[in-house]
Design a protein around this ligand. Structure first.
Ligand code: ZN
Length: 163
């Protein structure tokens, strides 16, 4: 595993639509391993491939960091098949360092994708899990939380969790 540089806002890479992963190979898993290490090194709870300059549809998220800080979910070629409700929460992003802002997200999300082994599965998330899945999914279409956020301001706490 190796740390990768996190692409920051202003780089056009973050504004592109990512292409699907053709096959979950060892090369893809190697990138995912690097993404996990990079996310952890930055105290993040989510990271999408374009954030390390890889234009492929995949991300990693920790849907319940309070109770299961190591419970990383891998999503390759994800597809949101259902969402409902609404919630407003403050978000940050590893690619937008130092800032946070309030974003509206679905309260519930059902998402289908391939896992680390290339197996397809459908997962459901509520609350924070739905936020992080929605945030990371947006990255794959070149959308950043700051596009949706109101009241963007400097983060107060240095170690605030960022996605
Ligand atoms: Zn982000």
């Amino acid at each position: 595993m190796a740390l990768r540089n996190v692409v920051v806002e202003g780089d056009p890479v973050l504004r592109k639509t990512c292409r699907p992963v053709d096959e979950v190979t060892d090369r893809i898993r190697g990138i995912l391993d690097d993404m996990l290490e990079t996310m952890k090194a930055s105290y993040g709870v989510g990271i999408a491939a374009p954030q390390v300059g890889i234009m492929r549809r995949m991300f990693i998220a920790i849907p319940d960091p309070e109770n299961d800080p190591d419970g990383a979910v891998y999503m390759i070629n994800p597809e949101i098949i259902e969402k409902s409700g609404s919630q407003f929460n403050e978000e940050g992003c590893l690619s937008v360092p130092g800032l946070v802002g309030t974003v509206e997200r679905p309260e519930y999300i059902k998402i289908k994708g391939l896992d680390y082994d290339g197996t397809e599965r459908t997962l459901e998330f509520e609350g924070f899990g739905a936020i992080v899945m929605s945030h990371e999914y947006d990255h794959l279409d070149g959308i950043l939380y700051i596009d949706k956020a109101t009241d963007i301001h400097e983060a107060v706490y240095e170690e605030e969790e960022e996605e």
